[in-house]
Ligand binder design. Structure first.
Ligand SMILES: NC(=O)c1ccc[n+]([C@@H]2O[C@H](COP(=O)([O-])OP(=O)(O)OC[C@H]3O[C@@H](n4cnc5c(N)ncnc54)[C@H](O)[C@@H]3O)[C@@H](O)[C@H]2O)c1
Length: 406
């Protein structure tokens, strides 16, 4: 007699843009635990293209239909951040767990409302801070946990935002909110301490230096810029511990200096993508940073020589770029390394289905990250240090006794 197959968890996905189509929908399609029940995007052309590839049981141009679908058990959403609060509120209101992309909401007030609602209703919410689940992060966490004293961290997150086509330019309205929130979350997670003050300066729009003080006495300097080069690793961390140190490049390589149990160099496999040249996956695992640099140089040259970096609104430039990226093409360069997207989503869905507390970033974590981003923006505008009060994101956690509070 054959054992009965466990039922797959039915996912309702909202968004067929660059991120959802290259990350969460591929994770769902590859997972033996998940099934794509319902897919939505307001743009019928994108919806058709993506739905034809990932074959949901149902499709819609209205996200409300996904949330209302009685067959949908968990909602996964990644659209424009201004819509995140509405979608999250609707899902929580129906008692449906939701994995919502970052930022949870553009304002602290909206984050707090969502956090309270989720706690009140006992509905699990995960915010898409996937870097917590990157294999490289596990090693960094070990390094940070090996010291009791305050540490000093430098983090760079920089890309060349000229690559954004017009329909993606909403991402550059305020990169502290759309990008750097990842780093505010990652650093609070690695340091195990709450941010208490922020001072930030901006040289050009989205060319920012942000200094963060933590309750533990640790300090971080974040360089967040839209004026980087695609040829350079987008992210880089270096932390000075107590006469020992750790460095990380783009989640491909971690280097330990004098830390017991941490090798001098650890390399991590890349992430594979449907329909792409996936040779980088093993190449990163074997050669680490040099393999990443070669791939980045090739990608940057393709974007520059095709004319995309000069005019990303020119379709002919994108055609030339595609021709230079090969057949099958290189994956989008900032997605080549494994930043934990797949494990973060699958972990949340499995934990919810099994009645366990998900290890993902919660609504409170989403609230903290938005509080940091908005404080940094206020500091830039006022030229003053802005204080942060952890009670504004930890209050809702206390005393509610809901399943989200584990
Ligand atoms: N975790 C990460 O590493 C990461 C990386 C990139 C983007 N993201 C997040 O993913 C989300 C989407 O980013 P993207 O890169 O796919 O952007 P995108 O602009 O490519 O896609 C946005 C999609 O949302 C759709 N949309 C807009 N309004 C809608 C509505 N009312 N109903 C349904 N669909 C609607 C658009 O048609 C588009 O397809 C954002 O929240 C972004 O912050 C996360």
């Amino acid at each position: 007699m054959s054992a009965e197959k466990p039922k797959r968890i039915r996912i309702g996905a909202i968004g067929c843009g660059q991120f959802m189509s290259q990350q969460h929908l591929q994770t769902i399609a590859r997972s033996e635990h998940l099934a794509l029940q319902h897919l939505a995007d307001v743009d019928p052309v994108k919806l058709q293209r993506v739905a034809d590839r990932y074959q949901p049981a149902r499709r819609s141009t209205r996200w409300e239909d996904v949330v209302a679908d009685p067959e949908v058990e968990i909602v996964v959403a990644g659209v424009v951040p201004s819509l995140h609060p509405q979608i999250a509120r609707a899902a929580i209101g129906r008692g449906k767990p939701i994995y919502i992309e970052k930022p949870l909401a553009p304002t602290v007030e909206e984050c707090q409302n969502l956090q309270h609602l989720a706690d009140e209703r006992g509905v699990p919410v995960a915010v898409g801070f996937n870097r917590r689940f990157a294999p490289a992060t596990a090693l960094l966490k070990r390094a940070f946990q090996s010291v009791a004293s305050p540490v000093t961290v430098f983090y760079r997150i920089a890309t060349d935002d000229r690559i954004r086509p017009p329909d993606q330019r909403w991402k550059t309205a305020d990169t502290l909110l759309t990008e750097t929130v990842h780093i505010f979350d990652l650093l609070a997670y690695l340091l195990g301490s709450e941010p208490v003050a922020i001072v930030a300066h901006e040289a050009r729009p989205n060319d920012d230096l942000v200094l963060v003080d933590y309750a533990s006495g640790s300090r971080a300097a974040i360089l967040s810029s839209s004026y980087g080069s695609l040829a350079q690793p987008k992210e880089h961390l270096e932390a000075i511990l107590d006469c020992r140190a750790v460095e990380m490049d783009d989640f491909v390589e971690v280097r330990g200096y004098g830390i017991a149990g941490l090798p001098p160099v650890t390399r991590f496999a890349g992430r594979p993508y449907d329909g792409c040249d996936n040779r980088h996956v093993d190449d990163f695992a074997q050669r680490g940073l040099p393999a990443l640099l070669e791939m980045r140089q090739r990608y940057e040259a393709a974007m520059r020589e095709s004319g995309v970096l000069a005019d990303s609104a020119d379709p002919a430039a994108w055609d030339r770029a595609r021709a230079r990226l090969g057949d099958p093409p290189l994956p989008q360069i900032n997605y080549a390394s494994d930043k934990g997207w797949g494990v973060a989503l699958e972990n949340f869905c499995l934990a919810v289905a099994q009645g366990r507390c998900p290890a993902n970033a919660t609504a409170a974590d989403g609230n903290r990250a938005t509080a940091c981003a908005t404080a940094a923006r206020r500091s830039i505008q006022s030229n003053q240090t802005v204080s942060l009060d952890a009670r504004s994101w930890s209050l809702a956690r206390r005393g509610s006794g809901s399943p989200q509070v584990c």
